[in-house]
Design a protein around this ligand. Sequence first.
Ligand code: AKG
Ligand code: FE2
Length: 333
Amino acid sequence: MFIPRVDSTFEEIPVIDFTDLSSSDTARRIALAEKIRDACVNVGFFYMMNHGVPEDVIANAVEAGKNFFSLPTSSKTDLDIHKSTNFKGYTALLGENTDPTGRGDLHEGFDIGWEDASGSTNQNPSRDDGEMSGTNVWPDLPGFKEPILSYYHSVVELGLKLFPLFALALDLPENFFENKTTKPAAIMRILHYPPQSPRAFDHDDSVIGIGAHTDYECFTILWQDNVSALQVQNTGGKWIDAVPIPGTFVLNIGDQLARWTNDIFKSTVHRAINKSGQERYSMPLFYGVDYNVPLEPIPSCVSSVMPAKYEVITAGEYVKRRLEETYAHSVEK
Ligand SMILES: O=C(O)CCC(=O)C(=O)O
Ligand SMILES: [Fe+2]
């Protein structure tokens, strides 16, 4: 496979225009895939401009999320993620510990997985998520579920269109991921980061908005509000701010694509620290391949000088293992 210049001491996160995402012109799709390849090989992060998800769909979901986080604590803890077998529902402040050296993350969150657009049920008999099977849980909050599912489905649709571009970026047939993404394994979160005192952070960096980590799926599509907090670590160890750019999503490569590509695509460490003095909200959607698909390295990414680095494990086993580690510290709470 052709690998462009590799230099992960980036100081900036590239911005890529997705106008040609579904272009019927192959040359345009290839040109876009080349930009994606360059960003994935060197940075593991890029902004998506002109992603096509309507602003009102985003705004309605954010509003619904804010209403949820304003509920009394007991209404939220009724849906505690520890009560779910498949990591769905509410995560309280400090309930998650993304960086094992940390003491808990300073955010609260709400997680959902696949559910039909009708919202009636996700227990589709033709869908077997193995390790990650199970339903969503929903609060008794009028006007919540519909906008959240509407955003979820818009971003799932966008994510599905990205797989052919990643395939092109890896010199694979455009349909390489098609039979591996038949039942979208996408987890969406709404996150609320209360402000944290900059002085407290100076004295104790073991409690921050979200501790340093890599994501567990193929890629993450993140909406963030206008409060800057997300930081991405380059190979020099320097934290680069992923400053909010209105109208964009941030996309980052996760561990599943790093495993497929034997680390040719970078799953880059990132964290969030909200020192702004304001509330911050974000909505990541983690997009993986079907949970029963083994994460086997792509042959062109393995050679005698680059032997396979990772044991082969299914996507579902991998995600479940990582989620168990993330929530282990708060199991008894
Ligand atoms: O809120 C953010 O900006 C980042 C969230 C994140 O990294 C995650 O949920 O994995
Ligand atoms: Fe992340």
